[in-house]
Design a binder for this molecule. Sequence first.
Ligand SMILES: Cc1cc2nc3c(=O)[nH]c(=O)nc-3n(C[C@H](O)[C@H](O)[C@H](O)COP(=O)(O)OP(=O)(O)OC[C@H]3O[C@@H](n4cnc5c(N)ncnc54)[C@H](O)[C@@H]3O)c2cc1C
Length: 466
Amino acid sequence: MAKRVAPHVRTFDVAIIGAGVVGAAIARELARFDLSILLIDAKSDVGAGTSKANTAILHTGFDTVPGSLESRLVSRGYFLLRDYAREVGISYETCGALLVAWSAEEFANLSKIQEKAIANGYLESYLVDVADLYAKEPHLGPGALGALAVPGEWIIDPWSTTLAYATQAKAAGAVLQLSTRVERIAQSSHLHTLHTSQGEFEARYLVNAAGLYSDVIDREFGFEDFVVTPRRGELMVFDKLSRSLVSHILLPVPSSMGKGVLVSPTVFGNVMLGPTAENLSDKSATESSITGLAFLQEKGRKIMPALLDEEITAIYVGLRAATEHSDFQISLHAPQRYVTVGGIRSTGLTASMAIAEHVRDLLTQAGLDLGKQDALPAIHIPRLGEATLRPYQNEPLIAANPSYGEIICHCERVTRGEIVATLASPIPPQDQAGLGRRTRATLGRCQGFYCHAEVRALLESKGGVS
Ligand SMILES: Cc1cc2nc3c(=O)[nH]c(=O)nc-3n(C[C@H](O)[C@H](O)[C@H](O)COP(=O)(O)OP(=O)(O)OC[C@H]3O[C@@H](n4cnc5c(N)ncnc54)[C@H](O)[C@@H]3O)c2cc1C
């Protein structure tokens, strides 16, 4: 068990700025050692930055740049997260992807992409002819010429991933400090002093996992190795009635701006269309745009016309931390006992556990003595996926605790028992959005119109806990 830190102690072996999926994975990885760990975030919840708004694909890394750090960490992260999801109960579905060619040029490119996949160590892809493609996806729009099948591309629950990492890190003794913005960093020969909105914290080693703000934190040390350009990705989530239209993740042939617009099932039983890719200057611009949504509708109509006849449940926006470099920007600054983890653009969810291992190794190169290693405390995260048994369907669970038979959110079929349990969990939600990420409550087709009052009352009373 990692060394426990009393709440009044404010000097840590390692501080990690940013409790997104990357920072939380790093905290979890380090918490298994004899170290005091501080995980700090400006927001009131873990995973409330870019990590809450992505396309939630567990990528094989088939289309990364061979030989790049991203290629190595995505390939390894894929297996680590797949096994971790099985261990702690994060929902995933093994749907596979079809990379669909819509022009002769794209069709010719498929075999080059397959060669790239092989160079990236992914050997399972295969070409699909047009007849087979339409047999696999009968609702695909007309005009597709063939596809490359990538059976290893899966969908996963992104919210529970960050929550699981942070929960396990906390259970192993890491201190989670939310609603705390790092405003300035001072350095002495042995310690970093973090001046924050909640006072000062000290740490011997520092990890910058600040996502969109990783370049800003870097400047505190005088480093200007990269500039983060927020790349907006807008997405549409279609109603659950559309789920039967699509069986695979339908990927376009990628371009230099990213992976392009896809149609994908989600583990929550919806279908998503997106994302767009638009470089912005404002790191907080998470509004959707008329042009972005029109662009998605145009693309979606070509990929799957029937999808556009379905109702849209939600629209959301994520900002990728793009930089002027194509690869991840992970670097050790050994004299400063400082590791930068920046530019984790489009694959950070998948790569998170491998990034954490890599950062652990960089810290040891900088002189961090990890000390004794212990097994992490076992945790279990409630499964939110639609493909598995939900609490409202679980008769033994309801017999043991009837509140699991009492549905509060009827669109997503979330029960009082689940809400009460999450409010009493080690990292409870602070608001309705956080509750939604933990239970799916209010995220369905009525977006909380019917259950909002009851959900809010439960949140305010902390489910009767206090
Ligand atoms: C549209 C889109 C689609 C994507 N699709 C996929 C996908 O399908 N599969 C996949 O693997 N990846 C995907 N990604 C990428 C993935 O979501 C990101 O790589 C990942 O979430 C980055 O995590 P992070 O922890 O680095 O950043 P964040 O989640 O942004 O975390 C950084 C945290 O740092 C905190 N912070 C910043 N500055 C400070 C400060 N001064 N003080 C305290 N805290 C601070 C922020 O509050 C934030 O919570 C996608 C991304 C987008 C936008």
